[in-house]
Design a protein around this ligand. Structure first.
Ligand code: FO1
Length: 317
């Protein structure tokens, strides 16, 4: 068993599913999950970090499986009261979820970094994997649409992904410093692998890849880099990735995702049902890998994680 850290780049729901699978392989401290912060926003005076929370709740076994975000066994009395007071109620904050946002907002207001507050929360919840934000600096994904730019949560939740997308901007990306443990792991000669989880390539993975120095470090490492397709059979398992591709004039296929990462990755895991694309993907500068990428059960999460790690060790130089 090769030693060395495994870095997983994670965005929303799909990323958290594979992160959970990876966290159950016994990697413990050798697993570093780096989450997108571009979806983060300030709402009702609270610092909301959805992609961090998707990973934290999944690894703590607290996540709501069918919604894919927030906590299970949730109450909505806070939201009822918010509505009664005529405050903004388009973004649903569950009663239990609210505690996370209050604790985090309080810690950040005390001057703690997002890394520090995330470490405290994951430790408190008994999570052994390392979970870090991609940066401790503010980066905000702006979705450019035919009706003008929208903050990510306005696009995704308030407007329910209806606006037609023309592009993306990551406000603050040029000033943002990649998170220290993330960059140290990327530059570590013992790095075992980098896994791009099945997250939206445009709004969940690209913010991480656009951080200063990250792409260079990825191109410099000898560790295998493997991406798992978030598109199966032309559809995103969750979220607007397929719709975005169509609106950007791209075929909404796993091949488009592979092309998006061409030059960066060594292997691309696509779903068995997309085997027909394997040759096209193989003709890109990467290995096409076939697996069951649709994760419904915990076993699905674990077996996909197992498969990816085995593929990593096979691709390692
Ligand atoms: N997604 C929704 O579609 N509707 C919501 O009301 C909503 C609330 C919410 C609250 C906290 C949180 O951490 C995530 C929440 N999400 C909601 C998901 C959020 O929009 C994420 O950005 C997506 O999961 C994509 O990453």
């Amino acid at each position: 068993m090769a030693k060395g850290q495994v870095i997983a780049l994670s965005g929303g729901v799909g990323g958290a599913k594979l992160a959970l699978g990876l966290s159950r392989l016994g990697l413990d401290d050798d697993l570093l999950i780096v989450t997108n912060v571009g979806d983060d926003f300030e709402h009702l005076g609270l610092n909301i970090c959805p992609d961090l929370d998707s990973v934290i709740y999944a690894l703590a076994g607290l996540n709501d499986q069918e919604k894919g975000w927030g906590r299970a066994d949730e109450g909505w009395r806070f939201m009822e009261a918010i509505g009664e007071l005529g405050a903004e109620n388009w973004f649903n904050l569950g009663d239990r979820d609210l505690a996370m946002h209050v604790v985090r907002t309080q810690a950040l207001a005390r001057g703690e970094s997002l890394t520090q507050v995330t470490a405290a929360i994951t430790r408190q919840l008994g999570i052994t994997a390392n979970v870090v934000p991609m940066t401790d600096d503010p980066v905000r994904t702006m979705v450019q649409t035919t009706d003008g730019p929208l903050a990510f949560q306005h696009y995704f939740v308030r407007d329910q992904c209806a606006p037609v997308v023309t592009g993306f901007e990551f406000d603050g990306i040029r000033q943002a410093k990649p998170q220290a443990d993330f960059m140290a792991a990327l530059r570590n000669p013992d790095l075992r692998a980098v896994i791009i989880t099945p997250s939206n390539p445009f709004v969940s993975v690209d913010p991480i890849l656009h951080l200063l120095g990250v792409r260079d470090a990825l191109e410099a490492t000898t560790a295998p880099i493997i991406a798992v397709s978030p598109i199966v059979g032309g559809l995103a398992i969750k979220g607007p990735a397929a719709k975005m591709m169509t609106e950007l004039g791209m075929p909404s296929t796993a091949l488009t995702v592979a092309e998006h990462y061409e030059g960066l990755i060594d292997g691309f895991v696509l779903d068995e049902s997309d085997a027909v694309l394997a040759d096209d993907i193989g003709s890109l500068d990467m290995r096409a890998l076939l697996a069951q990428t649709v994760m419904v059960s915990l076993e699905d999460r674990e077996s996909l994680a197992d498969y990816v790690i085995a593929a990593v060790d096979e691709l390692a130089p």
